[in-house]
Every structure is written in C-alpha cells, then in structure tokens.
Design a binder for this molecule. Sequence first.
Ligand SMILES: NC(=O)c1ccc[n+]([C@@H]2O[C@H](COP(=O)([O-])OP(=O)(O)OC[C@H]3O[C@@H](n4cnc5c(N)ncnc54)[C@H](O)[C@@H]3O)[C@@H](O)[C@H]2O)c1
Length: 440
Amino acid sequence: MKQIADIEKPEGKLGVLIPGLGGAVSTTFLAGVEAIRRGFALPIGSITQMGTIRLGKRFEYRIPHIKEFVPLTRLEDLSFGGWDIFPQNCYEAASQAGVLKEKHLEQVKSFLEKLRPWPAAFNQSFVKNLNGSHVKPQNSHLDLIEDIKADIDAFGRENSVSRFVMIWCGSTETYLKPAAVHASLRNFEEGLKNNDPEISPSMLYAYAALTSGIPYINGAPNLTVDIPAMEELAEKQGVTIAGKDFKTGQTLMKTILAPGLKARMLGLTGWYSTNLLGNRDGLVLDDEGSFKSKEESKLSALQTILQPDIYPELYGEFHHKVAITYYPPRGDKKEGWDAIDIFGWLGYPMQIKVDFLCRDSILAAPLVLDLVLFTDLAQRVGMTGIQEWLSFYFKNPQCAPNIYAEHDLFIQLMKLKNTLRYLLGEEQITHLGLDYYYAI
Ligand SMILES: NC(=O)c1ccc[n+]([C@@H]2O[C@H](COP(=O)([O-])OP(=O)(O)OC[C@H]3O[C@@H](n4cnc5c(N)ncnc54)[C@H](O)[C@@H]3O)[C@@H](O)[C@H]2O)c1
C-alpha cells in the first residue's frame, strides 16, 4: 500500500458510472454536485467536502479540512454516465422523482438534460415491481457484459476520462442466498457461460467493472460483490470493492443510539422499526423478495453493536422487528418510526420513541459523493479488495470473512479518519491523552 510520498495525484477526469442513473438517489446526487460546482448550494452531509480531521496533539490546533489534507478528485473533474431501464434524461427523471424543488432543478436543468441513460442490463425476475423498456436486447450474460464494457469504453473516449468508479444506485434486487456459483471465480465464470439464473444483473455490471480494473461500490443490499467469487476477482485484478446498502435514515439513527445505550449499560427488550415510504424504491421494496434483501441488511446492525452473547442479561432476548410500508402519498419523504423498549437500574422499564421525518435521497446523495471520492483514493493508493474503512457509509458493511462487521457509527468514523491519517503518514489518534498530564 502506498503512503504520502507515492499516492498518485488525482489527475484528469474521473468517470462516475451509475447503474440506476435515473433513480431518486442518483438524480439528487447529480443535481447536487452540479449545484455545488456552480456555487448555488453547500455540500451538506458530505465528509469529504465539509469534514475536518484532527492531526497531532490537541495543543497543536491542526484541524484541516479533509479535502485539503487528502488528495481527492475535485468536483470539477467528475464526469457522469450510467444505465437505467427508463429512457428519460436526468432532468425528467429528477422531476418525476419529486425530491428536489422545481426552482432548484431549473438551476441545473441544462446539465441534467444532457445525461441520458444507456439501456440497462435488466432481468425482471430480480426486480418484480418494475418493468422498463430501455433494456439491452442481448440475453446471454456474456453478451450483456460485453455491451456494458462497450458503453464504458465509448463514454471514456468521448469524455477523455482517465479513470473510473462504478456505484450501484439501481433498485434492490430480490433476495439471493450465496450459492455454489458464487463460491469461487471459477464457478462464477462457468455460470456466466451457462447463463446461470443465480447471477443477477448487478453482478454483470460488477463483473464488467472489475475485469476492466474499475472499482465497484454497492449502494443496495444486493449480494453483488459480497461473494467469494467477486472478492477473488477484485484481488486478482487489484481493484477496490465496497458495500453494502447506504446507511441513511433509520439505520443511521439506530447506529447512533444503540452504541449510546450500550455505553451506559442500559438493557433492551425490544426495538420496533417501521418505515412509511412512497417513492419508486418503496414500490420495489413492496415485493417480498426485494424486501427480504433489505430486511436482512437492516436487521444486522443491532445484533453486532449490542453483542448479546457477551451481555446476555442486557441484550440476550431483545425483540427486533423491521417493517417497510409502501405508502405513495409520502413520496421520497420517509417516516422512519422507532419504538424502543429499554430497561435500567433494577430492571425498571423505559421507552424511547424516534420519529424521523427524513428525506431518503437527501440523506443518500452526499454518501454517493464521498464513496466515489474515497474509493477512487483507495484505488490510487493500491488498497485492493474490500474497503472496510468505508463501513461508515453502509448499513451492512462488507468485511473479511473471518471477522464480524463493525456497525457502531463512531468506531466507523474513527476507523475512516485513522485510515486517512495512516495514508498521509500522520500519527494515529487513540484518545488516550495521558501525556497531557503525566510524563509517559
Ligand atoms: N435513498 C436511500 O436512503 C437509500 C438508502 C440505502 C439504500 N438505497 C438503495 O439505493 C438504491 C437506489 O434508491 P432510489 O431511491 O434511488 O431508488 P429508485 O427506484 O428511485 O432508483 C433505482 C433506479 O434503478 C433503476 N434500475 C433498476 N434495475 C436496473 C438495472 N438492472 N440496471 C440499471 N438500472 C436499473 C430503476 O429503473 C430506477 O430508476 C436502491 O437499491 C435503494 O434500496 C437507498
């Protein structure tokens, strides 16, 4: 792995490839980046653009902005392209998604209008509730991969792109259990030849990316690169992978609150979470198979943070329920409602209610930006395979097979910043602080 002296500078254009280009998250991200580039808005929610990092001892007061400390690609150097099953340009798609107000979309209309998705590699058996016509005619896995690669090559040439990242902002695919075809690269490549039905469209995009040396970031709970075959491929190709499922509304709150309860050794008997959601993502998740993918992803955080096996008296028997209700009147303005039953001293019960009236894509867009920039950094530095230091951004972080994932938002942030300090040759911050008081 490279450190400060030999990190390649982010020269030239970074091509950002987005399966799901016309979706709510993608178009909110794209409109936002352009508004920020043109000085209409601030990059609120983005660590790369607004975050700082403390360096050295506290009395040194060295707290630069991350983007000044770390060699990240500038927003001006990002070019965008991608695929969708609907043919609308990104202005039409963003208007339809209804996340941003018309007056904000107008400011960036000419930019969004030029972004038209390429036909998608799509198979409706993986996303039952959507049916789009803007799809590639090929049927075989290998032909679809070739066509995805041809789109990437043409885009790279037309936009003089020097390197790429791919980030999945497409729909949540139906639940897939890891199967034999996912167990090794050899099996997977055999499966591609045989059009194996357990290879999903997102895996075709990922395979096209990784075999072209392009990092892949998984914003949905789909298995995609979270299988041994893809991990093997990423290592073989020396490419970066990260996932999975953006950590935005309810799970963000969960991974803020649960570490606090545990820090104070307060017990938990139940955590009931429900979501009212009316956007296209909500429609997709109204299908049992896609919901199952999301449910698995959402359930994983509490178990790992609270460690019931280590604290059986406090967390041995808590009941955790997650529901998503598709309710069109809400559109993208989700209501994430949590009823939390806790207990304290002598077992006395208490309750916490959280009603987060959030905006799904407003929370997701800055994550897309940070993940694109940090993944590109990781690739330039030579950090290949799974990027666990980016767990901060994911509901269900991908990690090495022999360890458990870290879900606690604050540990994740420390891990992220310590990784940046490490890469830039700065001292790790342990927060011990004794040296301010004693000669040690
Ligand atoms: N918004 C959030 O807070 C959030 C949080 C975590 C994860 N996610 C995930 O991010 C993804 C995008 O969310 P969204 O709200 O933008 O959903 P969306 O439905 O608005 O957008 C998804 C887009 O993907 C397209 N698509 C589906 N299959 C495709 C394929 N095979 N190839 C190319 N395009 C395809 C759809 O046509 C749609 O335009 C979803 O998987 C969602 O679960 C979103």
